[in-house]
Write a protein that binds this ligand. Structure first.
Ligand SMILES: C[S@@+](CC[C@H](N)C(=O)[O-])C[C@H]1O[C@@H](n2cnc3c(N)ncnc32)[C@H](O)[C@@H]1O
Length: 230
């Protein structure tokens, strides 16, 4: 069966329709964010549910104790992630734009997740080492992250991986959005964009890493799910 652009669009719409059920807050969140001037670049509802499901399966099925997200935007994916955590779980989410962080703060509070979510404003490459120091000092609620989700700057994915690998618990999940496309698509020629090449390098890096078991899931713009096996 041939995959045409129309069939891909229909397939994505079908997945959203069948698997993308949302509550009232989530179904209106991005429209409110766009009205407030934020860009419409959140994950889709079916991807959000996958994030929640995966997060709930970590920590031996009890739900994640500690989750790290890079790229908060309006809090849409963060709410899904936080809903998959253990009851005492914490989400640390990193956002460069103070305006995005402020919008997301209000949404986390509205979702009843105010105490569970810690938004760090700054550039991910600067904030991750601070978080690593806090983990080492024992000042975070768990000694390592059960889930780390990449969704900030695509050209920085290989560096995020280098910095975040030691922060992930054995058995923990690394999840990354846009492993097939964003402003690029993965079958564009090598060298056609720094984003494409960085994401391709990241995909190959994780796939070849003996400490990870990784899969690429062709949903929306592509999600990587990689389990740290040791
Ligand atoms: C694709 S959006 C995140 C979408 C969000 N994860 C969701 O699905 O609801 C990427 C976000 O990363 C933020 N960002 C850009 N540069 C960043 C950086 N260096 N560090 C952290 N966040 C950054 C952008 O401001 C934007 O809000």
């Amino acid at each position: 069966m041939e995959m045409t652009p129309q069939r891909w669009a229909n397939t994505s719409a079908y997945l959203r329709e069948v698997f993308g059920r949302e509550d009232e807050q989530l179904s209106t969140l991005m429209a409110r964010a766009v009205a407030a001037g934020l860009p419409a670049i959140a994950v889709s509802a079916d991807v959000g549910r996958l994030l929640k499901l995966l997060t709930s399966l970590t920590n031996s099925g009890r739900g994640a104790r500690l989750v790290l997200e890079l790229g908060t935007l309006a809090g849409y994916s963060g709410i899904w992630l936080a809903r998959g955590m253990a009851p005492s779980g914490k989400l640390i989410t990193v956002e460069f734009e103070p305006r995005h962080a402020a919008f997301a703060r209000a949404e986390f509070d509205r979702a009843g997740l105010g105490a569970a979510v810690d938004i760090r404003t700054g550039a991910a490459l600067e904030v991750i080492p601070v978080i690593a120091d806090q983990l080492r000092a024992g000042s975070l609620p768990a000694p390592a992250f059960d889930v780390i989700f990449f969704d900030a700057v695509k050209t920085e994915y290989p560096e995020y991986f280098r910095l975040c690998k030691p922060l992930l618990a054995p058995g923990g999940l690394l999840i990354a959005d846009n492993i097939l496309g964003s402003s690029f698509w993965i079958d564009d020629p090598p060298g056609s964009s720094p984003q494409r090449d960085a994401v391709d390098a990241f995909n190959r890096l994780v796939a070849a890493d003996p400490d990870f078991e990784a899969a690429g899931v062709p949903i929306r713009e592509g999600i990587m799910i990689a389990r740290k096996i040791r």
